[in-house]
Design a protein around this ligand. Structure first.
Ligand code: S3P
Length: 176
């Protein structure tokens, strides 16, 4: 799909999933620009509605509360088309969420090696799931636990290791 092919609008959404630090937000911005599509950042939308940060939501209400917000938001987003939806890294782990994504979206899984992920997230403290787990071994272990679900949800798998953002977006547009 090239920008010219998207002169009209897509009758579905492009949904980016993958592990924390896989590049979902960066890729969403790049694709949004290239294809003149609006972006919905699920985490940002949740933070805006809750008027508190993700670490605060986890700390004050617990992870299950956050996960339920994700599910509710995904359900709402079914009314959208022609949007790029950048999901939080845990959104594709619930079967119910994946069912919502599939109703109206092409699901793109971004992958990266644990070392690449560590390099990208090591100075960032906004992810409660990675608190005290910022080692290659911990990231590899968590990734391994999640991998099957990520792959099962994906219509398209794109590796981001050793590629710049332009290349990653080209790979996606080429494969669509
Ligand atoms: C999470 C990923 C985060 C955010 C929350 C939980 C996860 O989003 O939704 O901290 O469980 O993988 P990013 O993938 O954008 O970091």
């Amino acid at each position: 799909m090239s920008q010219t092919k998207n002169k009209g609008s897509l009758p579905f959404n492009l949904i980016l999933i993958g592990f924390m630090g896989a590049g979902k937000s960066t890729v969403a911005r790049c694709l949004g620009k290239k294809c003149a599509m609006e972006i919905i950042e699920m985490d940002e939308e949740i933070v805006r509605r809750e008027r508190r940060s993700i670490p605060e939501i986890f700390q004050q209400q617990g992870e299950a509360y956050f996960r339920n917000l994700e599910t509710g938001l995904l359900k709402e987003l079914q009314k959208e088309t022609n949007k790029i939806i950048s999901c939080g890294g845990g959104a594709a782990l619930r079967a119910e969420n994946v069912a919502e994504m599939k109703k109206n979206g092409k699901v793109i899984l971004l992958t990266a090696e644990p070392q690449t992920i560590l390099n990208r997230v090591k100075y960032d403290n906004s992810r409660p799931i990675l608190k005290n787990r910022k080692t290659v071994a911990d990231i590899a272990e968590l990734m391994e636990k999640r991998q099957e679900k990520y792959l099962a949800a994906a219509d398209l798998v794109i590796s981001t290791d050793n590629k710049n953002i332009g290349q990653i977006c080209e790979d996606i547009l080429h494969a669509l």
